[in-house]
Design a protein around this ligand. Sequence first.
Ligand code: GAR
Length: 208
Amino acid sequence: MKNIVVLVSGGGTNLQALIDAEKCGGIKNGKITRVISSRADAYALERAKNADISTVVLTRKEFPDSVSYSRAMLEELKKANADLVVLAGFMIILDECLTREYTNKIINIHPALIPSFCGEGFYGLKVHEAALKYGVKISGATVHFVNEKADAGPIILQGAVDVANDDTPETLQRKIMENVEWKLLPKAVSLFCEDRITIRDGKAYIDL
Ligand code: GAR
């Protein structure tokens, strides 16, 4: 059984999707054992407590720079014996001192079709604002491994939705969450825990 540690910063609907999937057997060979939040007021912490999952709060402002924050996070992950780290709406870019130690063991969900609307500065509603401003006709979400560059690691799963003329950043976000994120994130986590993802030449392949 793999130990899953989930990192959050906000509402935690993706964390909830993982908790619900685990409850109904949708995550094979994995268990969420800890939730770490970058904000003390994140509603995601309530969701974790309601599911009897232990929580830790580690805020960025306690640390002088990104490297020392990432080192402290690395310590927390080691304490929790993490086999898999899931960034579920985690809004801080982690330094390579952490990502290198967990190569292909950190999964992130990004609310756009990578390589569009991703990288530094693209998070949360900003991503959907940018997609609408550009006028794309489809958008979606991407589940990928995390490497030393923001939103640039091997892609595991992607899913798309149609963008409507009258979509707002809020309606597009909700549509992508409901139709893509809450389904694909638990699916990718289960595939990882079942050892069904292989990396070759920087690309992820799912073993059928
Ligand atoms: C989700 O849409 C997630 O894809 C996005 O933030 C939202 C968090 O919602 N993540 C990023 O933008 C990371 N770059 P949640 O807290 O309800 O899961």
